[in-house]
Design a protein around this ligand. Structure first.
Ligand code: PMP
Length: 398
């Protein structure tokens, strides 16, 4: 009898499990549309020129690697605040944003979840139905009961905005609502600015706690355009949480660079909140790693590198949009009768294709085209070389 005799074998992570299956697949035409990673036109993970330039500058004056402050690099946190709220914004200028460097967007979400559990232990959490798989798991691990608000209607393959609004309007005061700031994962459908106004009105009327997850800023319409939703919450006089990820926008997945920002009522409140966030960090991993944060801080803090980053990010965004159009065209050419035009109204890395689990399994087993069982495909992994094969394969299972 061991201490671990009763430990159950947990199911494999659905997406990372797909990766393992993909790696073992011997089909020479195989295409991985499972994981949410941007690949360039050659199917390669990009190393951005702005990142290389920042690293070169950093190497020119190498620094010893002491511990960072618990909340991370000061210039990094400052850069995040300016990026998320705007350098000229009232929240930034008044100093009422508490920002900490996080281990990717995931780490930022978890710091926020742990802090919220202390603050309001009885609160429930609502995530969209469907949502990024890890939202539920992460808030559940933090000790919350996690429910959903309606978001996507599988029958019409469209947003269920009326359902979303009704569910928010019925939520108990204090409920934590996780909202995708842009590029909804997994559906690719974002709500319109006018719909955001209605969501904000419901959040305000019901006294809900908004937690905006911004993992794809710059992938829908642009950095400022995608960040505009933050300005709407500020204008409504709300206090709220924002998690930022630079995994995709800087192609720095393995460096784990993200941040949590909490907009407070005033500067003094922000200082108190920051002191509590630091306890969450100190008792988990003490302080963040240096390299990724230093790279991002360097790029954000240098006008030329920042301009280069914006250009490179625009390149990724434009290429994804072109692939969406090519997918719609290619599916039609491959004989798909159904109107697949909805793919171009979706934004960000993903498309909810509307394909059934059976069709997705066939795509994988017969054609080596890997998406999730829910029908989610990463359009950011398509390129001129694999798109025809993907279109023909999809046409055969439809
Ligand atoms: N939120 C959403 C909606 C995401 O899609 C992701 C990345 N898949 C994250 C958060 C986490 O990002 P990171 O890899 O930086 O932890």
């Amino acid at each position: 009898m061991s201490l671990f005799s009763a430990v159950e074998l947990a199911p494999r992570d659905p997406i990372l499990g797909l990766n393992e299956q993909f790696a073992a697949d011997t089909n020479p035409n195989k295409v991985n549309l499972g994981v949410g990673v941007y690949f360039d036109e050659n199917g390669k993970l990009p190393l951005l020129a702005c990142v290389q330039a920042a690293e070169k500058a950093m190497m020119a004056t190498p620094k010893p690697r002491g511990y960072l402050p618990i909340d991370g690099i000061a210039a990094y946190d400052d850069g995040v605040k300016k990026l998320v709220f705007g350098a000229d914004s009232e929240p930034y200028r008044s100093g009422r944003v508490a920002t900490v460097q996080g281990l990717g967007g995931t780490g930022a979400l978890k710091i926020g979840a742990d802090f919220l559990k202390h603050l309001n232990p009885k609160a429930k959490v609502l995530i969209s139905d469907p949502s990024w798989e890890n939202h539920r798991a992460l808030f559940t691990q933090a000790g919350f009961e996690v429910g959903t608000y309606r978001y996507y209607d599988a029958a019409t393959r469209q947003l269920d905005f009326d359902g979303m609004l009704a569910d928010l309007q019925a939520a108990a005061a204090g409920t934590i609502v996780v909202l995708h700031a842009c590029c909804h994962n997994p559906t690719g459908y974002d709500i319109t600015p006018a719909q955001w106004d209605q969501v904000i009105a419901a959040v305000k009327a019901r006294g809900l706690t908004p937690f905006l997850d911004m993992a794809y800023q710059g992938f829908a319409d642009g950095i400022a355009e995608d960040g505009a939703v933050i300005g709407k919450f500020v204008a409504a006089g709300l206090t709220f949480f924002v998690s930022t990820s630079f995994s995709k926008s800087f192609s720095l997945y393995g460096e784990r660079v993200g941040a949590l920002s909490v907009l407070c009522t005033d500067k003094e409140e922000a200082a108190r909140v920051l002191s509590q966030l630091k306890i969450m960090i100190r008792t988990n991993y003490s302080n963040p790693p240096t390299h990724g944060g230093a790279v991002v801080a360097t790029v954000l803090g240098d006008a030329a590198l920042r301009a280069q980053w914006e250009q490179e990010l625009a390149g990724m965004r434009t290429r994804i949009k072109a692939m969406r159009q090519a997918l719609v065209k290619g599916l039609k050419a491959a004989g798909v009768k159904k109107d697949m035009g909805f793919i171009t109204t979706q934004v960000g890395m993903f498309s909810y294709s509307g394909l059934s689990k059976d069709q997705m399994v066939r795509l994988r087993n017969e054609f080596g085209v890997y998406g999730t069982d829910t029908g989610r495909m990463c359009v950011a992994a398509l390129n001129e070389k694999n798109i025809d094969y993907v279109c023909q394969s999809i046409a055969k299972v439809m």
